[in-house]
Design a protein around this ligand. Structure first.
Ligand code: BGC
Ligand code: IFM
Length: 817
């Protein structure tokens, strides 16, 4: 069952009922000011950092799930006998609407609804160049007679630090301050201004108002929620000026409309950082000059419309960096629009703010953001460059790293600390992708601090060496990399030995520390170690490249011996040196991660192990909704394995379908030339392909979710944690670089598709460095292999289009065969 449809021409997903199985959200904002908005107008807003600079409040994990937003209420007083209150997004009043449509576009959302022949259109977006969210609200009277209406706006301020707002609200109940000007048209949220932080927020409308409210209790009534505000029921605001408690901003505008008449209002919710240090207009009165400048810019419909055009053009230009035209509508839709869009959202959010991540827990993940880079580096290489430097700045001198950092401060989060032993290698992955994309070797020579301390800086290449050496020097008894607290699988906590009552770790392993080892990190080391060696060569350091390859060879050997279980790769060795993910185990005999990652790294291909490993995946882990992370699911808690066994079977890391590592297996299949199978794996988790089962999948049909419940779960096929997942980047890498086969190398684009036999011919336009490539692939019913490659009319040998500086257009014809 579907709850909407894709409008590809408009680059939008159209939701036709507010009652989707879960909130279906969109993200507004491209630079520093962001909002989340659901299909019922729920969501919240922040500047740069969802924890530290939150403008509006949200109540997570509440009932209903999607429960506080930036709402507009329409009260129809035309006929007192049937006076009705409704919202264009249906929530929070939930009056049944005569018409409802929500369109989520790229960085904007629109709502078109009507009730009793009154229509409301709300367009909401964050413009490219200002820290504000604009809502353009148009009300039309489609009745045959005049209409008498009142429009109320509503936002609830969060008093900036969302963590404090939840945990130390006794303080907040006294700190909230507002200021109201222009008869109520502009409301200032100036809490904290007093503390010389020099920032404030505004909510303003470009028209005279009939009143306002800034006290939540006055607006809602002390015993009501946003679904039944007293003020709206009464039709009369109270002009309340909040002092402490819970400040809000609400405007009342009474609107008389003749039959057929429309009126438009522009609301601006903005963030201001006063450039003139702590300038008060008068004691306690905010300096409003910057706010007024912002409001002036969006006063007219023409200005708002122009800002929307600018936003749409930005996205069109961005997405034109990789464009496919094939006979497969769903692939085109995901590649050209939604997958790349989701990659950009993960660039902005990492794992911080979604409807499932509160914005106060996780910030920017070291591992996560490095992987996200793989999906957006071709879109915004300059910003990717800065991101790499920011991430590397949170690394420690021994190569390990803070697992997360805060977007506002860019400092490592010491509550979470370090110890995830895959982290260092992801820095190589991200940097190598950037250098392959741009050819910019200068980044490798940039001086980058350790733990943000410039007195201990090294070049970025020096950081990568620390990353490489961290793994090379942290190996266990089988010659495999130590796992530390966990590797990519956060829940595989194999060093839980100290919790064994009466058992000493020393009984089992070397006295200096834990011995749990990861075959997955071995796969990473082989893959990204080689990428490190290539970077060393590019810098002319052949000796370092040679040394690196010697180290890689040792780990390769360990992976195909101690890391091989007979039919598939072992997942790990626990702290007692017992195998994890082996036929010897009672539960959790096979894990997906080492199968995908080792094979994509090329491990076991020439030895014939890779084929076997992927066959085992197909036989043991595959389902109609994707490949599960492990089987058989853990049915009981294993202290020696940790959190992985804490989930009920079929959920999350315990045998869920973790969408993130499905592309690893798909890529691995392309390494072996299996186009049909690679695409089958791609298709099973691809949102556009599962739109039809939205009632089962539940999450948004235009983006990937972190996890789909596995076969053992009660709700097999149900998605969870949509949007902020490395799945976005990895699937884009998979489809664009491996299945469609346009892969950036250091020397130029390589063309080597691996597609299903019946995929058909296709064309790709790809911007790369300063040129545009028009690539036409004649598939000839073949899954993999190029028999002829012609570039600008000349045949070239091999797969790589030699990059020639100065050539701006390349016309490429690739004949498979
Ligand atoms: C996993 C969660 C887990 C958490 C632990 C996350 O990455 O997805 O399931 O609870 O890590 O830190
Ligand atoms: O690898 C992690 C990621 O960093 C956060 N989400 C879950 C993944 C698997 O545990």
């Amino acid at each position: 069952m579907k709850y909407g449809f894709f409008d590809d021409a408009a680059l939008e997903y159209v939701i036709t009922t507010p009652k989707t199985p879960l909130p279906w959200i969109n993200y507004l904002g491209n630079k520093e000011f962001f909002s989340l908005i659901s299909n019922t107008c729920g969501g919240y807003t922040f500047y740069k950092d969802a924890k530290l600079l939150r403008l509006t409040r949200y109540r997570y994990n509440n009932v209903p799930y999607d429960n506080n937003g930036k709402y507009f209420y329409i009260k129809d007083n035309t006929d007192s006998a049937c006076s009705v209150v409704w919202n264009p997004g249906w929530q929070p009043v939930k009056t049944t609407l005569d018409q409802y449509e929500c369109r989520h576009g790229l960085g904007y959302s629109t709502f078109t609804s009507s009730k009793n022949n009154v229509e409301a259109k709300v367009l909401t977006f964050v413009p490219m160049n200002d820290n504000c969210e604009i809502s353009k609200v148009t009300i039309t009277n489609n009745k045959e007679t005049a209409a008498k209406l009142s429009l109320f706006s509503y936002v609830e301020w969060c008093l900036w630090n969302a963590d404090d707002d939840m945990k130390n609200f006794q303080r907040n109940l006294s700190t909230g301050e507002v200021e109201v000007t222009d008869g109520g048209s502009t409301i200032y949220h100036k809490t904290e201004y007093r503390e010389r932080r020099n920032h404030y927020a505004i909510y303003s409308v470009n028209s005279a108002v009939d009143g306002f409210d800034t006290s939540r209790d006055a607006f809602l009534g002390a015993y009501n929620g946003p679904d039944s505000p007293d003020v709206v029921a009464e039709g009369k605001c109270t002009n309340s000026v909040a002092s402490g408690w819970s400040p809000i901003a609400s405007h009342q505008i009474n609107i008389d409309l003749a039959a057929g008449e429309s009126k438009t209002f522009i609301f601006v919710l903005g963030y201001i950082e006063n450039p003139e240090d702590d300038k008060w207009e008068a004691p306690g009165v905010v300096n409003k000059k910057p706010a007024l400048k912002m409001l002036e810019a969006y006063k007219t419909e023409a200005a708002v419309d122009a800002a929307l055009v600018e936003l749409k053009n930005y996205w069109k230009e961005l997405l034109s960096n990789y464009h496919i035209s094939s006979s497969n509508e769903k692939v085109d839709r995901m590649v050209n629009i939604w997958n790349q869009y989701q990659c950009m959202v993960t660039f902005n959010m990492s794992r911080s703010a979604s409807y499932y991540e509160s914005g106060i827990g996780r910030g920017m993940g070291f591992r996560d953001s490095c992987q996200d880079l793989l999906g957006f580096v071709h879109l915004i290489p300059d910003r990717a460059r800065q991101r790499i430097i920011d991430i590397a700045s949170t690394q420690f001198q021994d190569g390990s790293a803070y697992h997360q950092y805060q977007p506002l401060t860019k400092k490592g989060n010491s509550d979470i600390g370090s110890g995830f032993n895959d982290d260092p290698l992801w820095l190589i992955a991200g940097t190598s992708a950037y250098v392959r994309e741009t050819g910019d070797l200068s980044i490798l020579k940039e001086m980058v601090p350790f733990d943000n301390d410039m007195s201990v800086a090294k070049t970025l290449m020096g950081h990568l060496k620390c990353s490489f050496d961290f793994t090379a020097t942290h190996k266990g008894p089988h010659g495999l990399p130590l796992i530390g607290r966990a590797d990519w699988n956060d829940c595989l906590n194999l060093n839980c030995f100290s919790e064994h009552p009466g058992e000493s770790f020393q009984t089992f392993g070397p006295s200096e520390g834990p011995v749990a080892e990861s075959v997955f990190i071995a796969g990473m080391f082989v893959k990204y170690g080689e990428e490190y060696a290539q970077l060393a060569e590019l810098l002319g350091d052949d000796a370092e490249a040679k040394r690196a390859r010697e180290e890689i060879a040792k780990v390769y050997q360990a992976a195909i011996t101690a890391g091989w279980d007979g039919e598939w790769f072992v997942r790990a060795y626990d702290a007692y040196s017992n195998k994890v993910g082996s036929k010897e185990c009672e539960e959790g005999q096979i894990y997906i991660e080492p199968q995908g990652f080792c094979v994509l790294a090329g491990i076991g291909v020439k030895e014939g192990l890779a084929e076997k490993a992927l066959k085992s995946v197909e036989e043991r882990l595959d389902t109609k909704y994707g490949v599960m992370i492990l089987q058989p699911a853990y049915t009981k808690y294993h202290l020696e394995l940790g959190e992985v066994s804490s989930y009920p079977p079929g959920y999350k890391e315990n045998a869920g379908i973790f969408c993130h590592n499905n592309p690893w297996v798909s890529i691995a299949e392309t390494v072996l030339g299996h186009g049909d199978r690679a695409f089958e794996i791609y298709r099973k988790t691809c949102p556009a392909y599962i739109e039809d089962i939205s009632e089962i999948h539940c999450t948004e049909p235009y983006v990937y979710s972190q996890m789909v419940a596995g076969r053992d779960a009660k709700f097999f096929g149900q998605g969870k944690n949509s949007w902020l997942t490395g799945t976005a980047a990895w699937t884009f890498v998979n489809i664009s670089q491996y299945i469609l086969g346009v892969y950036p190398t250091h020397n130029g684009l390589s063309i080597n598709p691996c597609v299903p036999a019946d995929f058909g011919d296709f064309e790709i336009t790809r911007k790369y460095r300063d040129a545009v490539y028009h690539i036409s692939v004649k598939q000839n019913g073949v899954q993999k292999g190029i028999k002829k490659l012609t570039v600008n009319g000349k045949e070239v040998s091999g797969n790589v289009i030699p990059y020639e500086s100065g050539v701006k257009e390349y016309t490429v014809v690739a004949e498979m065969g």
